[in-house]
Design a binder for this molecule. Structure first.
Ligand code: HEM
Length: 533
């Protein structure tokens, strides 16, 4: 039960020797003094003022006053669970990562599912992206897949993330609407940033209202890299596939569930695990040899694109079983800190500009959210691999280093020399001018949105059109609605025409309403299991 155990160090061992076990369950202060009365503050006379010297009163109130920490700036609402990851076959030809080579290993994991836009107290079953973040506590350190339930993202470059999130979040003057994309700022962003159109198709589909976290896919989204012992890299996309299958709610259910039980998805996950119906997910990979980097009609570094499964099939490599609920929501689910840059030897990044930004952002935000640099020592974040380095001090330092020195190199105590088999970054050749310019290979914003539409059944298309009508129906400014409809017409004439008609707008140029589905456009391949059952 490593993740629940507070850090055991020399001080703990010594304290243990002197520990006075409580022979009853009576209350103590944080300093260990027994409390005689926690219902009545110390006062001067039975009807007199409260006395400052009542340290128990002050401690109790102060601790309460300080209970809140900042919620996550995105993905504030979440639910977590512990699990185990088991590998099907060794992947030594692809990666040196130990947990991807040892089929006998049962690698502990912690997963946090989340919504993105709403605050901590918002409802579960909103139309939104879902986070699917997994921490693998491997023998070589923590490895995180910080993914979503959609395989693509809204933007191509992380420098736009603050703009995007500000547009999605409630409007600044009145904090309305909570966790809905049904407002002007969201659609203003969408029409001005057509790179978001593909992801918005997913958002308007039933994928955005999952029935259960147990029945939801997860995607690492970016192209990452596996590196083997000879230093050879292979591009990889991570996919989680729920063994139960992928299921969604329908909008009418959502509207009722939100009122009946805003904790619907959280409760479902908790109760399933309590009754032993452990959620299972297969980890699958799409592998692309480096020699094929430029073989696609999109850029592998563009996070608004999928690799169609017809072009690169999924290979299942292992299974995760979620088998234990957290004991304390705050200590575990709230304090867990995922980070795309938490990698182990054999797993590396690519130059996807969205990923590069994330590699900066998560640590930065956690330094604020979890009050300083020592949050990796919080039990839920602590690796099972031993941590040893010359970092020191900072708020909430729990480790007591016995050493007299904390620098390297070091001829006094030996210090912590760097390991010869330590993490070695992939030696990618980089050569270019310093410019703020995106590659022309990032320019196509419509083809895969069209691919998504074409892969849908008729009833799924009806749901998508209904979602656009509901969300855009809340937009006040006509020019925004018209501009979005214009983009939709470029994704598919039917989509543009049907949404325009529903909104009482003129059909975008060159489109007309078809009652039957139109034939597929000139796209090859299908999005990954896009159909929702
Ligand atoms: C949180 C996924 C893009 C910044 C999260 C979480 C997930 C996630 C799953 C919640 C983690 C948890 O449960 O604790 C993704 C995916 C992205 C993406 C899949 C695109 C592929 C970005 C970008 C940025 C960003 C581009 C910034 C440049 C953040 C921040 C948090 C967060 C600041 C809060 C983290 C915390 O407080 O611990 N993201 N995100 N994300 N994300 Fe992202």
């Amino acid at each position: 039960d490593f993740a629940m155990e507070p850090g055991r160090d020399e001080k703990d061992r010594r304290l243990d020797e002197h520990r006075v076990p409580l022979d009853d369950l009576n209350m103590t202060t944080d300093q260990g003094a027994r409390v005689d009365d926690t219902d009545n503050a110390l006062r001067a006379g039975t009807r007199g003022p409260t006395l400052m010297e009542d340290f128990h009163f002050r401690e109790k109130i102060t601790r309460f006053d300080h209970e809140r920490i900042p919620e996550r700036v995105v993905h504030a609402r979440g639910a977590g669970a512990y699990g185990i990851f088991e590998l099907y076959e060794p992947l030594g030809d692809l990666t040196t990562a130990a947990f991807l080579n040892d089929t006998s290993a049962r690698t502990p994991t912690f997963v946090r599912f989340s919504t993105v836009a709403g605050s901590r107290g918002s409802a579960d079953t909103v139309r939104d992206v879902r986070g699917f973040a997994t921490k693998f506590y491997t023998t070589q350190g923590n490895f995180d897949i910080v993914g979503n339930n959609f395989p693509v993202f809204f933007i191509q470059d992380g420098i736009k993330f603050p703009d995007f999130v500000h547009a999605v979040k409630p409007e600044p003057h009145n904090e309305i609407p909570q966790a809905q994309s049904a407002h002007d700022t969201f659609w203003d962003f969408v029409h001005l940033q057509p790179e978001s159109l593909h992801m918005v198709m997913w958002l308007m589909s039933d994928r955005a209202i999952p029935r259960s976290y147990r029945m939801m896919q997860g995607f690492g989204v970016h192209t990452f890299r596996l590196v083997n012992a000879s230093g050879q890299g292979t591009f990889v996309k991570w996919h989680w596939r729920p063994v139960l299958g992928t299921y969604s709610l329908v909008w009418d259910e959502v509207l009722r569930i939100q009122g009946n039980d805003p904790d619907y998805n959280r409760r479902d996950l908790w109760e399933a695990i309590e009754r032993g119906a452990y959620p299972e997910y297969e980890l699958c990979v799409q592998l692309v040899p480096e020699s094929r980097e430029h073989d696609f009609d999109f850029d592998l570094l563009d996070a608004t694109k999928i690799i169609p499964e017809e072009e690169v099939p999924l290979r299942p490599i292992g299974k995760m079983t979620l088998n234990r609920n957290p004991q304390n929501f705050f200590a575990e689910t709230e304090q867990v800190a995922f980070h795309t840059a938490n990698v182990v030897p054999g797993i590396d990044f690519t130059n996807d500009p969205l990923l590069q930004a994330r590699n900066f952002s998560y640590l930065d935000t956690q330094l604020l959210r979890l009050a300083g640099p020592n949050f990796p020592q919080i039990p839920i974040n602590r690796p099972i691999a031993e941590v040893r380095n010359d970092q020191r001090d900072g708020f909430h330092q729990h480790l007591i280093h016995g050493s007299r020195t904390s620098y390297a190199p070091n001829s006094i105590s030996g210090g912590c020399p760097a390991a010869v088999d330590g993490y070695r970054h992939y030696q990618e050749k980089v050569d270019g001018s310093k410019i703020r310019k995106r590659s022309p290979s990032f320019e196509d914003h419509y083809s895969q949105a069209t691919l998504f539409w074409n892969s849908m059944a008729d009833w799924e298309r009806r749901h998508i059109v209904a979602a656009y009508l509901f969300e855009l129906g809340h937009v006040e400014r006509k020019h925004i609605k018209e501009a979005v409809v214009d983009h939709l017409g470029k994704i598919h004439p039917d989509l543009g025409a049907q949404v325009a008609q529903g909104l009482g707008l003129p059909a975008p140029a060159g489109t007309q309403v078809h009652t039957k589905s139109s034939p597929a456009l000139s796209m090859t391949g299908q999005p990954h299991s896009a159909a929702t059952r």
